[in-house]
Write a protein that binds this ligand. Structure first.
Ligand code: F3S
Length: 284
């Protein structure tokens, strides 16, 4: 069996930066918390918890005795204000590209645009983005959702940073026919584009595609969906422990990709497992 790793897979710039900030802060400060899991990866979160960095989901429970690291996908404006009011030491690891989406959302609404946000309504990043919109907004998950939306004449379009660029372009095209004035700000980050493009290229040419990453990770789930459209034999796994030998029956070419919140050690464990299956096959 031949194994191909996607050109871009695993930690993106923003996640790596957030992880490094937590590591640094845990060495110099006591009572460090993350507001929600620092990334959508249970294995990494567990490692931090073992080293005393606990997850706090309720901002209201933090006070001046705590240092809190904000996750790469940011928080809402009102949560930020609450932390400030409670004198919590805020260490902001929000990805600069997410901050840019906040700024663009605020600018569009400030300029009187009815804002359409392509993204997952219940994702913290999207909650953060819409919290900066002062006027009307609509969260849509794809172009089909636009049909039921009552739009003003001035429409602004932005996206959650990890959305699929092709869906964004389809939404843009549809809005061009619906809005009198349309302003489009593509806030999808390049790391997402690169991962999705590399995954597509690979999924087209292999018999088995493995997408590694948290089941609760939006960007990993999107990679899985993209790959499954091109390779029916695609699996979304969190760890090598979910692999079984029979998955590799009659497989010659294996493609591997991983979400932006997947650490290298999980990719390496998968590679090790496949190499063991390969070696066993050659010896029998
Ligand atoms: Fe930032 Fe893009 Fe990663 S927005 S957190 S670099 S997926």
């Amino acid at each position: 069996m031949k194994i191909y790793l996607a050109d871009y897979a695993g930690f993106c710039f923003g996640v790596e930066r957030a992880i490094n900030i937590v590591k640094e802060q845990s060495h110099i400060k006591d009572n460090v918390r993350t507001l929600g899991p620092i990334i959508h990866n249970p294995q990494v979160v567990k490692q931090f918890e073992d080293n005393g960095v606990l997850v706090e989901r309720d901002a209201g429970k933090l006070d001046s005795s705590h240092s809190v690291v904000l996750r790469s996908h940011g928080i809402t404006k009102s949560t930020y204000e609450k932390l400030k009011k409670n004198n919590v030491d805020i260490i902001d690891a929000t990805c600069p590209f997410v901050n840019k989406a906040h700024e663009e959302a605020a600018k569009l609404s400030g300029d009187g645009y009815d804002v359409v946000v392509l993204g997952e309504a219940d994702h913290p990043e999207v909650k953060g983005i819409v919290s900066y919109i002062k006027g009307k907004y609509h969260i849509i998950s794809d172009e089909k959702d636009i049909e039921n939306v009552d739009l003003d004449s001035k429409v602004g379009l932005i996206a959650q940073t990890t959305q699929d660029r092709e869906v964004f372009n389809r939404v843009r095209k549809l809005l061009e026919t619906r809005a009198k004035e349309l302003k489009v700000v593509n806030t999808i980050c390049n790391a997402t584009n690169l991962r999705q493009h590399a995954a597509k290229k690979l999924a087209k040419s292999v018999d088995l595609m493995l997408v590694i990453g948290g089941k609760n990770s939006g960007n990993t789930t999107r990679l899985f969906k993209i790959c499954r459209e091109l390779c029916a034999n695609t699996y979304h796994i969190e760890t090598a422990g979910e692999l079984t030998k029979d998955m590799f029956d009659n497989v010659e070419n294996i493609g591997i990709t991983a979400g932006a919140s997947t650490p290298d050690f999980l990719i390496e464990e998968v590679l090790e497992y496949i190499n063991e299956v390969n070696d066993a096959g050659e010896q029998s």
